[in-house]
Design a protein around this ligand. Structure first.
Ligand code: SAH
Length: 373
């Protein structure tokens, strides 16, 4: 367990996951296949199987000669993730899956189908095994960082979700992943390169990638300012969410220890610049913790800081605190939550309270942890 306030920005060195088609762009895939002594167009066939059909079983690749199928699949599409178990709730529309990676590291992803006026299927993915950011109210943060995930390990979570949906395993019929949120385990911007590659694979049209709409992808960060700037310049078209949790440095230093490096003002400036460069409205995540950060004056101060940076560029997503093992903190009282929201609305800031979906299977925000499994 990390000591209070301790940050791990770079993981200890560990073995790398096997290389996979999803780590490579189209040219590199062709080159890799050529290095195996095969025709480069075989790479395009593999891409169609994996990214368009979500197939990695060589037996189903009938357009590839039987003699080379197994070799190609073993070297280009190695098994990266194995499902350890699934937990379901909300009548089978929410499913949390625990995955074992090649070296035994464990991560989780959560698939959620929403019906109603904005039907969608959202997958919450992990980008690191564990997390080095050490936020005291987050179960993953308390577990510490094991290692970065590769781009393909991240993408595999989406492909697996597509398979579950196609097989009708998620209540509500068959379907496709429409949204991906980097709100599972890990700090995505501390694993910048793999995350950007994974986003490209998710959003490139098939067969180069999975063809998920760019606006459907959200990267959530504690506020690694240089990486936010880099992400804005990368023109990926994805949405940004900033985990703020406090509008004042004194409290945020405690709740989000990376605040000792990049202060509230710097994180908000970077978020505003992200909006300016990309035109994408930023969300501010704010876990409401009873008598810790849920005071109306903090809602008011947050509204003031956001408005100082302009109007119409941001909305606030309060998240009722989800319980985590060993934490003394609990969710805000309804009246305090309402007063906090009202303070923001009085300043004209749009607010949407996030649901606590999956909390009964420890699948909600901040509850993903693989210690003790
Ligand atoms: N590391 C990234 C992404 C993962 S967390 C980040 O921090 O943004 C996704 C969101 O859940 C973050 O806003 C995080 O602060 C929030 N969260 C963590 N623990 C929580 C808890 N116990 N209750 C509610 N939200 C929590």
């Amino acid at each position: 367990m990390p000591r209070p306030g301790e940050l791990t920005l770079v993981p200890a060195r560990r073995g790398k996951p096997p290389r996979h088609l999803a780590d490579l762009d189209v040219d590199a895939r062709r080159q890799a296949v050529a290095e195996l002594g095969e025709q480069p167009f075989r790479a395009d066939q593999l891409s169609r199987h994996y990214f368009a059909r979500h197939v990695n079983d060589p037996a189903q690749m009938t357009d590839v000669p039987a003699a080379v199928r197994d070799t190609l699949a073993a070297t280009m599409l190695p098994t990266l993730t194995t499902a350890v178990r699934h937990l379901e709730t909300d009548g089978g529309t929410t499913r949390k899956t625990l995955w074992r990676l090649f070296d035994g590291a464990l991560v989780e992803s959560v698939l959620m189908r929403y019906t109603g006026d904005r039907p969608r299927v959202t997958l919450c993915v992990s980008s690191q095994a564990g997390c080095g950011m050490n936020c005291p109210f987050c179960a993953t943060g308390q577990q510490g960082l094991t290692r970065n995930m590769s781009a393909a390990e991240i993408v595999e979570q989406v492909v697996a979700a597509e398979r579950m949906l196609a097989a009708g395993e998620i209540a509500g019929g068959t379907g496709r992943v429409t949204n991906v949120v980097f709100m599972g385990m890990g700090e995505p911007l501390a694993n910048y390169k793999a995350v950007v590659t994974a986003v490209r694979r998710m959003t490139d049209p098939a067969p180069s990638g999975l063809g998920i709409g760019r606006r459907g992808v959200t990267v959530s960060t504690v506020g690694l300012v240089p990486a936010i700037d880099k992400l804005a310049a990368a023109h990926l078209g994805v949405r940004l969410a900033l985990s703020l949790h406090a509008p004042d440095d004194e409290l945020r230093d405690e709740l989000v220890p990376v605040n000792t490096r990049w202060k509230v003002g710097e994180a908000l400036d970077a978020a505003r610049a992200y909006f300016e460069k990309t035109g994408r409205r930023v969300s501010i995540e704010y876990a409401l913790i009873r008598e810790i950060n849920d005071h109306a004056w903090r809602g008011d101060l947050l509204g003031k800081l956001l408005n100082e940076r302009g109007r119409g560029w941001v909305h606030v997503n309060p998240i009722p605190l989800n319980p985590t093992p060993g934490s003394k903190w609990t969710a805000s009282r309804p009246e305090d939550e309402a007063a906090f929201v009202a303070a923001l609305e009085e300043r004209g800031v749009p607010v949407t309270i996030r649901d606590t979906r999956g909390s009964d299977i420890d699948g909600a925000c901040g509850q993903l942890a693989t210690v003790g499994d």
